[in-house]
Unconditional design. Structure first.
Ligand code: F3S
Length: 106
């Protein structure tokens, strides 16, 4: 599967959604996740993310490994999104900030 990591939080650009052939993205208030049961590992979303937040599971950086479980867990709570929407208002300001996990809303 592919995994959405920390830098999506408070950005949520959603460019990833439009290229996904299987609608595997699910949306929460300020973060998206990839449903590991739906992702077909096509990888087309990776270069679309302006926050570089998406990785193949085997390429997830060491400090982002917890997001593998977070994507799986939140796939039961978040709702499917199949079209891009506007990024969050301060997305460009938050892009690249560290320690955003504390701001994840469910
Ligand atoms: Fe998040 Fe990047 Fe998609 S910021 S919503 S993973 S385009």
């Amino acid at each position: 599967t592919h995994v959405v990591t920390e830098n999506c939080i408070k950005c949520k650009y959603t460019d990833c959604v439009d290229v996904c052939p299987v609608d595997c993205f699910k949306e929460g208030p300020n973060f998206l996740i990839i449903d590991p049961d739906e992702c077909i590992d096509c990888a087309v979303c990776i270069p679309e993310c302006p926050a570089n937040a998406i990785f193949a599971e085997e390429d997830v950086p060491q400090d982002q490994m917890k997001f593998i479980a977070i994507n799986a867990e939140l796939s039961a709570e978040f709702t499917t999104i199949s079209r891009s929407v506007k990024p969050l208002p301060d997305a460009d300001e938050w892009n690249g900030k560290e320690d955003k996990l504390q701001f994840l809303e469910r």
